[in-house]
Write a protein of this length. Structure first.
Lengths: 116, 112
């Protein structure tokens, strides 16, 4: 069974370009979470999605960042007009169910974004 | 707002020793607590998950305990090996909130 898959694993973008990060959850999982790990910092929650719905985006920067989890296909984290401060590792996690029983989250290998 | 602290930030011990990593959290209304391992430049590997109703979980040489009332968890590693060298993260989920709140981790080095 495949775990959480993320691609690309490494992404280099120039300032002002767009970055698209993809996450395919564990088969059968309908809940996806995105976390960001800035250099020398801990992981911070960004957004929690179910199929076609954003449930909690309290950790997302207000501008330039968006996320989706369509009915078909992977979840996408999109960063428009990237800046150097966006350089970080972005991790996706999935779980089989959400409230009222949040289950264990399974993490992907991450996408390391470098903005030059 | 939940805050998770891990002390020490770094720890070095000789191979073969038993060791304890600490995690504390400010809001005791947690649903569960997970311990993860992260190798440099890699993703997270889940080690143990403890539900709030449980006091401990064991997997091989690892044992995690939870004292919800005092806001503490410990990860005990028995007979440490060089392959245990990694950063260990604890994270909690609060009731009504599915996101994980992470500590900043303990970087463990096992000296051969």
């Amino acid at each position: 069974n495949a775990g959480v898959m993320q691609n690309p694993r490494h992404l280099v973008r120039r300032r002002g370009q767009e970055a698209r990060l993809r996450c395919s959850p564990v088969k059968g999982h309908s809940h996806v979470y995105w976390y960001r790990q800035l250099p020398e910092e801990g992981l911070k929650f960004m957004v929690y999605l179910q199929k076609e719905n954003i449930i909690d985006e309290s950790g997302m920067p207000k501008e330039r960042f968006s996320a989706e989890f369509p009915k078909e296909g992977p979840s996408i984290l999109r960063i428009q007009q990237v800046v150097r401060g966006d350089s970080a590792a972005y991790f996706c996690a999935s779980s089989p169910a959400g409230p009222p029983f949040p289950y264990e989250q399974y993490f992907g290998p991450g996408t390391r974004l470098t903005v030059t | 707002k939940q805050e998770v602290t891990q002390i020490p930030a770094a720890l070095s011990v000789p191979e073969g020793e038993n060791l304890v990593l600490n995690c504390s959290f400010t809001d005791s209304a947690i649903y569960n607590l997970q311990w993860f391992r992260q190798d440099p430049g890699k993703g997270l590997t889940s080690l143990l998950l403890i539900q709030s109703s449980q006091r401990e979980q064991t997997s091989g040489r690892l044992n995690a305990s939870l004292d919800k009332s005092s806001g503490r968890s410990t990860l005990y590693i028995a007979a440490s090996q060089p392959g245990d060298s990694a950063t260990y993260l604890c994270a909690v989920t609060n009731f009504g909130n599915e996101k994980l709140t992470f500590g900043t981790g303990t970087r463990l080095t096992i000296i051969p």
